[in-house]
Every structure is written in structure tokens, then in C-alpha cells.
Design a protein around this ligand. Structure first.
Ligand code: NAD
Ligand SMILES: O=C(O)C(=O)C[C@@H](O)[C@H](O)[C@H](O)COP(=O)(O)O
Ligand code: ZN
Length: 376
């Protein structure tokens, strides 16, 4: 890792297929070089067609740079603008991507470029996985959350009216192209939200990252983070996710740790109709609750939980839930979690900073008991 650029490789087994490993390239001001990079990794040899999928805000800021970079590299580019927000991570939006793919006559060797946050990335990824049974996918994340998490590792999908990400596929991108400069236009709320996933890596895998963050006074806005710390965050999170995904691409076992905070987090998002909390905020609340449950079960210490609470407080993420939140519905929604096995909900619970375990000892009552602790 140099001062302002780094590459992390997601190493994947290939069986009889061509090499599926890919790079996560992190470099400031690199957006304009995307087209040349795609040529370098072999895109455009047969079909030159590319569909950029984005949303109005992101495309207004960065669409032209990406479009020009691709056309300068001789790609035949079309773009589709979808409405912004988790509420639009739906089958209806997916249909619009398919319609645009058809209109632009994407072929098997064409590509989709996802220019956006996790919502655009997850939906475009699923469209790429399924259009013509699979075309190339390039992730160009524009939120911190997408840079450290959603653009990496190949989980793609959309929400079902009954729950988060219930429809999807594991489908790896050919490249993750990160230009941290784009974070300068990211709203502070979205920055904070991403910090929940960053802290997640500290708790599940990387104690050094946790300790580094704990030394900071404020973690709620980009302006409180030095360029060096931002680069370290991007690099260490990418490395952590790449290591986990390389070891267990399809969540047979280890990868489930990346779901820390998500069991309750997804339930909160879904029960509040994706209107009250965004993903990272709900995950932050989910981590607070998972930590408290782990203390109750004697799996980790009250001191470690206090450290987690203190770190989350530095991000100024929400730490409470409205008193009238439907607790029964949250517990009910846990049953749609993808980690459910033989009807039992399995939680990722921390045992020490940097370590977690999978537990099926968490009852609905224990969840409700801890939800009640954070009601306002
Ligand atoms: N696939 C995975 O492994 C994975 C991992 C984590 C999260 N997710 C999913 O990711 C989604 C959350 O992603 P998110 O937090 O990126 O939210 P998001 O995609 O909704 O983006 C948040 C907001 O930021 C705006 N925005 C994005 N980049 C910007 C920029 N550079 N400047 C100005 N505005 C910008 C967007 O318009 C949007 O309104 C959820 O659906 C979650 O389930 C998936
Ligand atoms: O990559 C993973 O694996 C994760 O679990 C990362 C999570 O941050 C992400 O929100 C993911 O989409 C959740 O997956 P799900 O399988 O619970 O839908
Ligand atoms: Zn997440």
C-alpha cells in the first residue's frame, strides 16, 4: 500500500472456469482511468457494449467522467438512471435494468458498470448475474459503505416485500474500482452509516483497526478523518473482506461473520419499511444489540461491549429505537434471516474484539429484552 493507492486481490477458486480472481483497486482521481483499466483486464475484446447503472445524484456528479472514460477507450456506452434509495431495491427497478439491457442489445460478452452505493451495486450485480445468464460486472462504488463492503465479494440482489435481500445470487465482479475522491460529495449521514460496517470489521476480524479507530475523537464526518486514516480504512476493510470471501465465497461457514449486526439490523430496516434507518444505521443498532446479547450469554465481557458502544458513539450513529417500534414484528422478521437453519435463527456474537462466534442460543425473548433496553 502506497500513500494514496493500493490493490487488494480477491483470490477465488476457478475449477474449470477462467480465472475468477479480481482486484480491488484504490486510487485517488482514478475514475477517469476506468475505461483504460477495463481494456487492460480484457473487457471489450468481443462486445464493446457497456451499460452504466446509476442514480440521479451520483450520475450528475460522476456520470460524465465515467462515460467519457469508457467512450475514450472505445466502448459503446448507454446509461440507466434509477431512483435513489433502499425503497427502490426492488423487482421493479431490476426490470428496468433488464429493459435497458435489451434496448442497448447487451450481449454475453458485454458488461454492466454499477456506479453508485450498495443499492445500485446489489441490483446491478443481480442483473449482471442473470441477464443472458451472466455478463461481466464492474463495481465502481461511490459510497464509503460500498467501497468497504457491498462492492466486494459478490453478494448481489434485491429486497422482497417481506424481507431484505431475499432474492439474489453470488456473482463476482471483474473489478472493483475505488476513487476515494468521490467521497467528498457524500452526505455526512451516509458517511456515518458506512462507519458501522467499518467498525464491524474491527469487531469480527481486525482488532488493530478497532484500536486505531478508538484513538480518534470523532468518526462522524469525513473531515475528521485524515487522508492517511481513510486510506487505511479502505485498505484494511477490503483486505478483511477479500480474505473472508476467498476462504468461503458462498457463506458455507466463515463468511457468515460478515453478517455481524445484520440479523436484527435487517429486521429493523424491513419492519420500518426502509424509511427510518438506512442500512448502516440499522447494522449499528444490530451490533449494539448483538453485543448486549453476547454479554447476557456470558460470551463476551461488559468491558468489551462498553468499548464497542463508545466507538459507535463516536460515529454519532443512532443508538436508540422509537418506543413504539413493533418488537413482535422484529422478532417475527428474524425468521427470514438467511442464516436460519432447521428453523433456528443463528446469530453472530462477539467473544472478544476481533473475534466472533455463531450461536443458536438466542431466543426471541432475549432479543426483545435487549431491544427494550434501547427504546427511547
Ligand atoms: N452486497 C453486499 O455485500 C452488501 C454489503 C453491505 C451493504 N449492502 C447493501 O448496500 C445497501 C446500502 O448501500 P449504501 O449505504 O451505499 O446506500 P445507497 O446505495 O442507498 O447510497 C446512499 C445514498 O448516497 C448517495 N450517494 C452515493 N454516492 C454518493 C456520492 N459520492 N456523492 C453524493 N451522494 C452519493 C446515493 O444517491 C444514496 O442516496 C443496502 O441495500 C445493503 O443491503 C450490500
Ligand atoms: O458480504 C457479506 O457476506 C455480508 O454479509 C456483508 C453485509 O454487510 C451485507 O449487508 C450483506 O448484503 C448481507 O447479506 P445477507 O446475506 O444477510 O442478505
Ligand atoms: Zn451490511
Amino acid at each position: 500500500m502506497s500513500e494514496n493507492s493500493a490493490t487488494v486481490t480477491v483470490a477465488l477458486s476457478s475449477d474449470n472456469q477462467p480465472n475468477r480472481s479480481y482486484d480491488i483497486a484504490i486510487a485517488a482521481h482514478s475514475l477517469k482511468n476506468l475505461g483504460a483499466k477495463l481494456v487492460e483486464i480484457g473487457l471489450g475484446k468481443k462486445s464493446k457494449k457497456i451499460l452504466i447503472v446509476s442514480n440521479p445524484v451520483i450520475y450528475k456528479h460522476y456520470g460524465e467522467t465515467v462515460h467519457n472514460s469508457l467512450t475514450n477507450a472505445s466502448f459503446d456506452v448507454a446509461h440507466l438512471i434509477l431512483p435513489a434509495g433502499e425503497r427502490f431495491k426492488t423487482a421493479n427497478s431490476l426490470q428496468k435494468i433488464y429493459d435497458a439491457a435489451l434496448e442497448h442489445r447487451l450481449e454475453r460478452s458485454s458488461a454492466i458498470v454499477a456506479l453508485g452505493g450498495g443499492v445500485i451495486g446489489d441490483m446491478s450485480g443481480y442483473a449482471a448475474a442473470t441477464w443472458l445468464r451472466g455478463i461481466d460486472l464492474v463495481q465502481v462504488p461511490t459510497t464509503l459503505l460500498a467501497m468497504v463492503d457491498s462492492a466486494i465479494g459478490g453478494k448481489t440482489g434485491i429486497n422482497h416485500p417481506q424481507g431484505k435481500n431475499l432474492i439474489g445470487a453470488f456473482y463476482q465482479p471483474r473489478l472493483v474500482w475505488i476513487d476515494p475522491e468521490v467521497l467528498k460529495t457524500l452526505p455526512a449521514r451516509e458517511f456515518r452509516s458506512a462507519m458501522a460496517e467499518v467498525i464491524k470489521y474491527g469487531v469480527i476480524w481486525d482488532r488493530e483497526l478497532f484500536d486505531l479507530l478508538a484513538k480518534c475523537d470523532r468518526l462522524d464526518q469525513l473531515r475528521y478523518i485524515s487522508d492517511e486514516l481513510l486510506q487505511t480504512i479502505l485498505y484494511r476493510c477490503a483486505k478483511a473482506k477479500a480474505e473472508v470471501v476467498s476462504k468461503d465465497e458462498k457463506e458455507g461457514n466463515l463468511r457468515a461473520i460478515l453478517n455481524y449486526g445484520h440479523t436484527v439490523g435487517h429486521a429493523i430496516e424491513s419492519v420500518t419499511n426502509y424509511r427510518l434507518y438506512n442500512h448502516g444505521e440499522a447494522v449499528g443498532l444490530g451490533m449494539l444489540i448483538a453485543g448486549a446479547i453476547a454479554v447476557d450469554l456470558g460470551l463476551w465481557s461488559a468491558e468489551d461491549q462498553a468499548q464497542q458502544v463508545a466507538l459507535i458513539a463516536k460515529t454519532r450513529l443512532p443508538q436508540t429505537l422509537p418506543a413504539d417500534i413493533d418488537q413482535e414484528a422484529i422478532v417475527e422478521s428474524l425468521s427470514t434471516d438467511k442464516k436460519v437453519e432447521a428453523g433456528k435463527v443463528r446469530f453472530i456474537l462477539p467473544t472478544a474484539i476481533g473475534h466472533v462466534t455463531l450461536s443458536d442460543r438466542v431466543t426471541g425473548d432475549l432479543v426483545k429484552q435487549n431491544l427494550r433496553q434501547i427504546l427511547t
